[in-house]
Ligand binder design. Structure first.
Ligand code: ADP
Length: 488
């Protein structure tokens, strides 16, 4: 099976969020299962500074030629194609924004030309033919690939993965012409127009053969107006082609037995050692070194999506409980200010770190007793999976990937050894307070708590697991796969 994996970022070369993680790990895992994967990425200057990728071909776009550079991701990893268009390679800085943090004004041309180049490369380049079974596109930056391919008589099957529906790539309608998009795609119903503008994400949502999101629950939720960002009509229309596959976790980076950031490594066999990390975490945040305090952690972007405002609202209630709470993140400056103020109000019980810090993120996962994650929506979420792997039961909202990865603690799930965490029953201060109290009461029964920790640590969040599900989906999409399915 030959797969062209199209993405605008991939760890460790370039990463701004979850998509970078997926694109850095999934292609490797697919390759290990026998798929032949080509990872295609814009040749950002920052990437060209990291890898040596000679030019092996060229392809024309509405905005001039793009060079095709080729190397491999890591020494034995999948083939890596870097699409070298001057708007990427001649520009410094992060992928989507300029020095002042504003989106590059020509993003429609940059990612439009990138998508156009990919659509051509999916079929052949420099006068030679290529064969791919699947072109796997990700988020709006590669959304136009299925649209361009839709008018080709012979083309590979296309999959479009939604990592976050909130980002859609909306540009003025005039771009339709500038990007040489065929006239038949200029329609609001079954084309690229969204409220009079050009929508890149619609390229994927309308024209890809199959759609998926990064968790089964998020795939269902986006059919509802509350989560659909104005696209529920279209998504409902494509419901039969839409599914969800959970992301995996980088187990080399996030494994308490080998984690290089934490003072004491541990595993399910040596869980008592976790206490050493707890003491280190309390010290790091200047909290009293009380081994008996129920220490709750949180790491993430400080934004409304992650429910940080709800945590702030809940603090007056939470601070009455025998707990400590530590939080690390950065984002919205108003929320950051409120957190700093709260740390001054409850210095013995609440502390925060404002900024991005890998070491602190690992220390929180390893040192906290429980992890609080009251996201309003969560396409997949990583931190709850890290928490499960670190024996730090998560207290989460019942949404998206959180609902799919955490098993609620009930009498029944406790008895069967399946319980791994706690759901917040109402998204407000009272709901968070109730969930924390439930967790606290189970924590006071050491045997039950230990069972909860061990059940979480047993869960398989490997990329191999996700990759197997993607292979199954790819197989359903290819002709031979379809034929095999029809026989059953
Ligand atoms: P999202 O992609 O919506 O931000 P995820 O839970 O899927 O949320 O992934 C967030 C990732 O970023 C996790 O690996 C998390 O540990 C990391 N992260 C977020 N904020 C920080 C921070 N301030 N310091 C260190 N790591 C962070």
């Amino acid at each position: 099976m030959k797969i062209l994996f199209a993405t605008s970022e991939a760890f460790p070369l370039v990463k701004t969020g979850g998509l970078g993680d997926v694109a850095g790990h999934l292609p490797l895992a697919l390759q290990q299962l026998g798929a032949e994967v080509t990872l295609a990425l814009p040749a950002y200057r920052s990437v060209l500074e990291k890898v040596d990728a000679p030019v092996v071909g060229w392809v024309s776009t509405s905005h001039g030629y793009a060079l095709l550079r080729e190397t491999t991701l890591e020494s034995s990893g999948p083939r890596l194609w870097l699409i070298d268009h001057p708007t990427f390679s001649e520009r410094p800085g992060p992928p989507y924004v300029d020095e002042s943090g504003e989106p590059w004004r020509d993003n429609s041309i940059r990612f439009g030309a990138f998508s156009q180049a990919l659509a051509k490369l999916a079929i052949g380049h420099s006068g030679a033919k290529e064969h791919f079974d699947i072109v796997h596109c990700n988020d709006w930056q590669t959304g136009l690939v299925p649209a361009y391919l839709s008018v080709e008589p012979e083309r590979p099957a296309t999959l479009f993965t939604i990592h976050n529906l909130a980002y859609q790539g909306i540009f003025p309608a005039s771009c339709l012409e500038t990007l040489h998009l065929p006239g038949e795609l200029w329609s609001p119903l079954d084309g690229l127009v969204f409220h009079g503008q050009l929508s890149f994400i619609k390229g994927g949502l309308v024209f890809a053969d199959r759609l998926n999101t990064v968790s089964p629950t998020y795939a269902r939720e986006i059919l509802d107006d509350a989560f659909g960002y104005g696209l529920t009509g279209l998504l409902n229309h494509r419901k039969r082609d839409l599914s969800g596959i959970l992301n995996g976790v980088d187990l080399d980076e996030w494994n308490p037995a080998t984690d290089r950031y934490i003072p004491q490594n541990y595993s399910s066999a040596t869980l008592d050692d976790k206490a050493i990390n707890k003491a280190a975490l309390q010290k790091e945040f200047g909290l009293p070194p009380d081994p008996g305090a129920f220490l709750i952690g949180n790491v993430g972007r400080i934004v409304e999506q992650k429910g940080v405002d709800l945590i702030i609202d809940a603090l007056p209630l939470l601070m009455k409980l025998p707990i400590q709470l530590v939080l690390a993140g950065s984002g919205d400056s108003l929320l950051e200010g409120a957190l700093r103020k709260a740390a001054g109000t409850w210095p013995e019980k609440f502390a925060c770190y404002i900024g991005y810090n890998e070491k602190i993120a690992h220390l929180i996962e390893a040192g906290a007793d429980a992890f609080l994650m009251p996201s309003r929506f969560e396409p997949c979420g990583l931190n709850q999976m890290y928490s499960l792997a670190y024996g730090t039961p998560p207290i989460v909202s019942h949404t998206g990937g959180l609902a799919d990865t955490v098993t609620e603690t009930t009498k029944q799930t406790l008895k069967t050894g399946k319980a791994t965490g706690f759901f917040i029953d109402k998204m407000d201060a009272g709901g968070i307070n109730r969930a924390v109290q439930t967790a606290l009461s189970i924590h006071s029964a050491p045997k039950a708590w230990r069972n909860l920790q061990l059940a979480g640590m047993r869960r398989d969040f490997s990329w191999e697991h996700s990759a197997r599900e993607y292979i199954e989906l790819y197989e359903q999409m290819t002709e031979s796969g379809k034929a095999a399915l029809a026989e059953h």
